[in-house]
Design a protein around this ligand. Structure first.
Ligand SMILES: Nc1ncnc2c1ncn2[C@@H]1O[C@H](COP(=O)(O)OP(=O)(O)OP(=O)(O)O)[C@@H](O)[C@H]1O
Length: 236
């Protein structure tokens, strides 16, 4: 049984989860309980199942078998995927799309969100012309407008330069300070050490370890994690 720290309030419990594509098993999680009082990072090799797990936790995809329990069934979740499509319209219009699903979001809140994301000067700019970093900030702002309790982020700073990475990380820290729980996937282990208090390590579709970040990097328990980390050290 995989269990993250036991003294927390919000958690998600996965039981007998299988996600398949035809005969191919993409996720196989007999049991895991993930607590969300800490910023959490989802790490693992390419193709391990990180994006699929984020989509599953969000509810964007259903498991083939198994159940997912939330400590709070009304938990509001937002998902920021690595490549988010933009419609051919301004940054403001793309942000305002959230009003389609939540009519209570005011135009004033849209303007505030643009400002907080540092995008006020680009509000009328075509979204397709935004840089990767500006797009990502827009996606984070869009997630925040949904008043989520938990934000799931898929590689939030992939392809971003160090300065923009820092800005996105600052937004993530701010979320956390505002009481929003965060789970992000990343291939940047230095970033994971900087931001995350808890690591969820996944390999070959299976959650192998859930541990405090410092413990995971100092004393990885599973062979899969030891191999993963030693390869990273060789590549560094
Ligand atoms: N819609 C899909 N249909 C079929 N197979 C899929 C689908 N989505 C993902 N897969 C497969 O599931 C496995 C896990 O993919 P996933 O994108 O979740 O991994 P990941 O850990 O996020 O990878 P990466 O680090 O490379 O982004 C891969 O083998 C992938 O090819």
């Amino acid at each position: 049984m995989l269990n993250s720290s036991a003294h927390t309030q919000q958690w998600i419990e996965l039981n007998q989860i299988l996600v398949k594509d035809g005969e191919k098993v993409i996720l196989n999680i007999p049991h895991a309980k993930i607590h969300f009082d800490q910023m959490s990072a989802l790490i693992g090799p390419n193709g391990a199942g990180k994006t699929t797990l984020l989509k599953l936790l969000h509810g964007l995809i259903e498991p083939d078998t198994g159940t997912i329990y939330f400590s709070n069934p009304a938990l509001r979740k937002a998902l920021v995927l690595h490549h988010t499509a933009m419609i051919k319209a301004s940054a403001r219009t793309n942000l305002a799309l959230v009003q389609d699903s939540d009519r209570s979001i005011s135009n004033q809140e849209i303007e505030q969100a643009l400002k907080h994301a540092g995008l006020a000067h680009l509000a009328d700019w075509p979204a397709q012309k935004l840089s990767a970093g500006e797009r990502q900030k827009l996606c984070l702002a869009r997630a925040l407008l949904q008043s989520p309790d938990l934000v799931l982020l898929d590689e939030p700073t992939a392809n971003l330069d160090p300065n923009t990475t820092e800005q996105v990380e600052a937004m993530m820290r701010q979320y956390k300070q505002d009481g929003i729980e965060l789970l992000f996937s990343s291939h940047q282990l230095a970033q994971v050490k900087r931001l995350a208090e808890q690591v969820i390590f996944i390999a070959e579709g299976e959650i192998q370890e859930i541990a405090k970040t410092s413990e995971f990097f100092s004393y990885p328990k599973t062979l899969a994690a030891q191999r993963f980390l030693s390869q990273e050290l060789i590549q560094a």
